[in-house]
Design a protein around this ligand. Structure first.
Ligand code: ZN
Length: 271
């Protein structure tokens, strides 16, 4: 009788003594937003430094992502601005958020893969968000003059101290529970990062920023001639491929339209 009571007590504690977070994990979801109008690129010209893909023309899409973590919202990249000309989005991020019944003020964090204009264009429309960007890119944005290719204007609000910004030197566990990681993958730019989102049902997703622009370069470790550092790019590709294999993650190349349907079509979210 005594023994039985002890067992019951242990079982009760096993259920009741777990930390609250372990009992009720927050819901994490991932939604693709369309953040630009497709353009066709001759990828055998600027997107290779080894004369690969001669004559290959591929459409590029512009993707950004909404991540819901409990009651908190985060954007990964902000696409082209609405005044970007031909590749400008048809519908702004704010209007896409409105379709999801979200206000821009509800975006708590914005993770930026890198400082180029097609990933930072709509950043100024979220002045209340805390921005997370690689330190190498932040140094390029704040340099005088800014590094070539850095869309410094989009960061004006954060450069002048008007908004919160975290310059990342290494990986960042955004919510402290491992579900949303910003991973250091330099090479395309000095402070380029990728994102890992871990979902309960749909599994793990890696969003590569511009670590690779299309399948053929990802598969062959191809490096565009305009990248900041060739060796870092290849090393970052090796890192991401190992993570993808270890976590059985779905790899999403943000510019490749062949990867759009790896996530449910907007407004649906992967869970
Ligand atoms: Zn880029």
């Amino acid at each position: 009788m005594l023994r039985k009571l002890t067992v019951t007590a242990v079982l009760t504690c096993a259920a009741a003594c777990l930390p609250a977070a372990a009992q009720t994990p927050v819901e994490v979801t991932l939604t693709r937003l369309d953040c630009g109008t497709q353009v066709v690129n001759d990828v055998g010209v600027r997107f290779t430094d080894t004369y690969s893909h001669q004559g290959l023309k591929l459409p590029f899409t512009f993707s950004c992502y909404l991540i819901k973590h409990g009651d908190d919202y985060m954007l990964w990249d902000t696409g082209h601005s609405m005044s970007a000309g031909a590749p400008a989005p048809k519908v702004s991020i704010i209007d896409q958020l409105a379709q999801l019944k979200l206000k821009p003020e509800q975006i708590k964090f914005i993770g930026i893969s890198h400082f180029h204009a097609d990933h930072t264009g709509q950043l100024p429309t979220f002045p209340g968000a805390t921005v997370m960007i690689g330190k190498g890119d932040w140094d390029g944005i704040t340099a005088t003059p800014p590094m070539p290719g850095a869309n410094a204007a989009a960061f004006a609000h954060w450069r002048t101290g008007g908004g919160k910004l975290e310059a990342l030197s290494g990986d960042k566990d955004v919510f402290g529970d491992g579900t949303v990681m910003i991973l250091r993958t330099p090479g395309h730019t000095p402070g380029h990062f990728s994102a890992l989102v871990r979902l309960k049902e749909a599994g793990n997703f890696l969003m590569l920023g511009d670590l690779a622009h299309f399948h053929e370069n990802y598969e062959s470790n191809g490096v565009p001639g305009f990248n900041f550092h060739r060796g870092d790019t290849v090393a970052s590709l090796e890192r991401i491929k190992k993570i993808a294999a270890n976590l059985k993650a779905t790899v999403i190349i943000q510019h490749d339209p062949r990867d759009i349907n790896k996530l449910p079509a907007f407004p649906a979210a992967a869970k």
